[in-house]
Design a protein. Structure first.
Lengths: 95, 483
């Protein structure tokens, strides 16, 4: 697989990261090298091998549907960039 | 006293030879003296540390002390710590004072340990040299031109330079073991799921695991006794019986079967590392162990697999940093979309962005099967190799890293070369197995060499026994740099 400049721009777009033209060029070279390394695993025959998503074969733990946290929104919002009337402020989305 | 074991320090506190306040001041003054040259700590807060020491002294006087009461512990800056700046080595969190404690921090608080400071690290734990930190590189205390390893490089440096008796680290693909090796200290990544990930800022959730870093295996055992335990707030925390990790330290090693993977002793390892590892294995044979060749045929694939899975998980985990609820927000933007893009472009460093891009790509439409699913399948093959090997041996040994510490700047412009620093450590991470590193001598330029010990699931007490017996017969773990 060969990555193109447009691929890099498209990935950066999906990842919500602004990249300059210079960044795109250096990212392209480095990502191409990394994918060369990654692609060595593609030759492995994995027919009928079950994907391993987790280190331990455990089932998702469930708990009782009870309130266990108290309301601490003021504390948690104290570290936010902009808060007003208990709401996180962001630029206007709907005109 | 700087070279004392935890047991010795605890004894001194119990005998009232010294108070926790005095002990804390001793290490704070060591930090004051050395941190400007080594850069191991991001945050030191003398008043908060001394307040914890005063509380510990009351516990000691009241007779309610446990082995870590009053002991200064350096905390990796990845653990959220209430009231402390918690940066994860990133500009993104450079203004983040955590409103709550991580599970690990709570456990240290509960036993009355003293937080001596927050240690420097690669940004979001992504790196093997500590050079990706927003707060600048950490220096290796054995040689200031060398990296300390990463990502827990600040913790490794702090322990090696005796700025703290013990520290915490986290390990996703080798981030406890590789810096421990490069700084000449001991470190263990326990079985995945044993140490709570609650409040431990996430990088790759199916791999991230906290663990201790210390001078000796004995100290690691006492640290694990505090750190391990079920936490309902971590969905992958395992419900296991509490155990004393120091219980088997004194067991003789006669009859121990040490597996040596032929793939680890093939090409790639530097001669100086090989000589130190061979000498350590010779010592183990003297102690009554036998060494047998085993094979981990898929282990050369662990780096490619790791660099699909870890970035994939990271790209998802790090999507929470968008400048809305916490952390950095860009200065100027015209709309919401631009706020996200600029915040993430300015708040993340180059390596973090690179990994987010890799992860976004391998998870994107049309590439998921070829990369992500294939990597998960090969991950199973890697885990099965270990299962097979452990039918023939009790522990697996090899080098922790292929070379001694490299120079600062040597690999920072070549990500692939940097990634290969974790060639021996990432396989155990993918399998979820416990792994540790202990110092076994010095290589080129008198820089430390680490021996990697991999155990079966939940065999930490055996691994600590294996390491402790070696440390009873040798004194590499007591060597300290001239500073």
């Amino acid at each position: 697989m060969t990555l193109s400049i447009d691929d890099v721009k498209q990935i950066a777009n999906l990842a919500h990261i602004e990249v300059s033209e210079d960044d795109v060029n250096s990212a392209l070279n480095q990502l191409s090298d990394i994918f060369k390394l990654i692609e060595t695993m593609q030759a492995v025959d994995t027919f009928q091998v079950e994907p391993m998503s987790h280190a331990q074969d455990v089932i998702q733990r469930l708990r009782e549907d009870q309130v266990i946290e108290s309301d601490q929104h003021e504390l948690y919002q104290s570290v936010a960039p902009h808060v007003e009337n208990d709401l996180y402020l962001v630029p206007k989305v709907i005109e | 006293m700087l070279n004392d074991s935890l047991k010795q320090l605890s004894q001194r506190l119990e005998n009232k030879e010294i108070s926790s306040v005095e002990l804390t001041k001793e290490f704070l003054s060591r930090i004051n003296k050395l941190n400007s040259q080594l850069n191991a700590f991001i945050t030191v807060d003398e008043e908060r540390s001394l307040e914890q020491a005063r509380v510990a002294d009351q516990k000691i006087t009241a007779g309610t002390a446990t082995p870590l009461t009053g002991i200064p512990v350096a905390q990796k800056d990845i653990f959220c710590t209430e009231g402390w700046l918690t940066t994860c080595g990133s500009k993104m969190l450079s203004n983040f004072v955590s409103p709550y404690d991580a599970g690990v921090i709570e456990r240290f608080k509960a036993v009355g340990a003293v937080n001596i400071g927050k240690t420097n690290m690669d940004e979001f734990a992504m790196g093997s040299s500590n050079e990706t930190s927003f707060y600048g590189p950490v220096k290796n205390p054995w040689d200031s031109h060398a990296v300390p390893g990463g990502s827990s490089g600040g913790s490794a440096c702090a322990v090696a330079a005796r700025m703290a008796p013990v520290a915490t680290g986290t390990d996703t693909g080798g981030s406890i073991r590789q810096p421990a090796a490069l700084c000449g200290i001991s470190g263990i990544k326990p079985t995945y799921g044993t140490v709570s990930r609650y409040g431990m800022i996430a990088f790759a959730s199916s791999l991230d695991q906290g663990g201790p870093m210390a001078k000796s295996a004995e100290d690691l055992a006492l640290m694990l006794n505090v750190m391990v335990g079920f936490d309902a707030r971590d969905s992958t925390s395992l419900q296991c019986e509490a155990e004393d990790y120091a219980r088997d330290l004194e067991t003789p090693l006669s009859g121990l079967r040490i597996g040596l993977p032929k793939e680890y002793f093939a090409e790639g390892m530097n001669g100086d590392v090989e000589r130190a590892v061979d000498k350590a294995l010779e010592e183990y044979r003297k102690l009554g162990a036998e060494t047998i060749e085993v094979s981990l045929p898929n282990s050369p694939l662990s780096i490619p697999v790791y660099y699909v899975l870890a970035p994939a998980e990271a790209s998802s985990n790090l999507s929470r940093f968008d400048g809305v609820r916490y952390g950095y927000r860009a200065e100027s933007y015209r709309n919401l979309e631009e706020m996200y893009r600029k915040t993430r472009a300015e708040g993340f460093g180059a390596e973090v962005k690179r990994r987010i891009l890799i992860g976004t790509y391998v998870l994107s439409h049309g590439y998921y099967d070829a990369y992500y699913l294939q990597a998960q399948k090969v991950r199973r093959l890697i885990a099965q190799d270990f299962k097979q090997a452990f039918t023939q041996c009790d522990v697996i040994m090899g080098p922790t890293a292929p070379t001694v510490a490299f120079d600062i700047g040597e690999k920072s412009s070549d990500p692939v070369q940097m990634y290969l620093s974790d060639i021996y450590t990432s396989a155990a991470s993918l399998a979820g197995l416990p792994g540790m590193s202990i110092p076994v001598g010095f290589g080129e330029k008198s820089r430390p060499v680490g021996l990697h010990i991999i155990g079966n699931y939940f065999s930490e007490s055996l691994m600590l026994n294996v390491a402790h017996q070696y440390q009873q017969a040798t004194d590499w773990h007591q060597k300290m740099p001239n500073l």
